[in-house]
Ligand binder design. Structure first.
Ligand code: OXD
Length: 305
């Protein structure tokens, strides 16, 4: 007889926990899907979490596998460094991120934030226009999200170069190493950040990085707020070194009241909405990966453990 397994969902919000239990129940054979907050943590073998996880993972010492419903798992790794963790990669999430990156880059490319500023001052001031192929764009990261976003921008006509930790064979140039980093920043009028957050990338977008970018360039950050040194970004925007920042992610989320980004006229603040995780869409992917794990096979998109 096959063994019965307990799969716990541990999100901060009760309605999200309920939603995930509903979506996963019935999809997993020989599993009981439970709200992890309502059971003895030592009974849970597999956890489904967001990033950050909605519970202290130290309490779930017996967990054998963690499935994230988010693409990035930096906070989960921090909390459970020795447990195998799979991040979320799914077609609809990729589509949403591609759309968002394209929208943000087009918005900056066609100066929409600048026109919004002109409007608040009631100033009628047409700006010079460039076509996409005249606009160098740099994408930081060439993984599951960086690659499709880079290619979507290139297909749209932008002059795209990406930067990654290791070399890639690709339809666009993918630079690596310190020299590649400097080259990408030195040429890009719009930089899009899609890097994972690691010890090496924390604070990588600092005053030195901004100073390397051509004057008047812009930043789109859809990765993690902690990649950016906030005070350096504000200095770069105030001095005119950078023209605009479109920020979907922040070191602290929700962005705290009174944070200077809220009212900065060159910052567009978005509440982490580039590619939201929808339980109905992602439950089949989560279930398939948990089944792989329970069958003794290697789950997809494993990042550690
Ligand atoms: C993320 C996500 O990792 O929203 O930021 O999936």
């Amino acid at each position: 007889m096959s063994r019965h397994h307990v799969v716990g969902v541990a999100f901060q919000a009760a309605d999200l926990r309920r939603g995930w239990v509903e979506q996963l129940e019935g999809r997993l054979e020989d599993c009981e899907v439970v709200d992890a907050w309502e059971v003895d943590p030592s009974s849970v073998e597999v956890l489904v979490v967001g990033n950050p996880p909605g519970a202290s993972l130290a309490d779930f010492g017996c967990v054998d596998f963690i499935q994230s419903t988010w693409a990035g798992v930096d906070r989960v790794i921090e909390d459970a460094p020795s447990v195998p963790i799979a991040r979320m990669v799914a077609p609809r999430l990729t589509t949403l991120m591609r759309e968002f990156v394209l929208a943000a880059v087009l918005m900056v490319h066609r100066s929409l934030p600048a026109y919004r500023r002109s409007q608040t001052e009631e100033v009628w001031r047409p700006r010079s226009v460039a076509a996409a192929n005249e606009r160098p764009v740099g994408v930081l990261g060439f993984g599951e999200l960086g690659r499709p976003c880079s290619l979507a921008l290139a297909e749209f006509g932008f002059d795209v170069v990406a930067w990654a930790r290791r070399p890639h064979r690709a339809e666009i140039p993918v630079l690596t190493g310190r020299d590649g980093w400097n080259e990408l920043l030195g040429r890009s009028r719009i930089v899009v950040n899609l890097l994972p957050l690691t010890d090496e990338t924390r604070g990588i977008l600092d005053g030195t990085a901004f100073a390397r970018m051509p004057r008047g360039s812009s930043l789109v950050n859809v990765a993690r707020g902690a990649h950016v040194v906030d005070s350096d970004l504000i200095d770069a925007l105030d001095s005119g070194q950078l023209s605009d920042a479109i920020l979907d992610v922040f070191a602290e989320e929700p962005l705290p009241p009174g944070h200077p980004f809220w009212r900065h006229h060159r910052v567009t603040v978005l509440p982490h909405v580039a590619a939201p995780s929808d339980p109905a869409d992602l439950a089949p992917h989560v279930a398939t990966n948990i089944e792989l794990f329970l069958a003794g096979e290697i789950p997809r998109f494993l990042v550690s453990g």
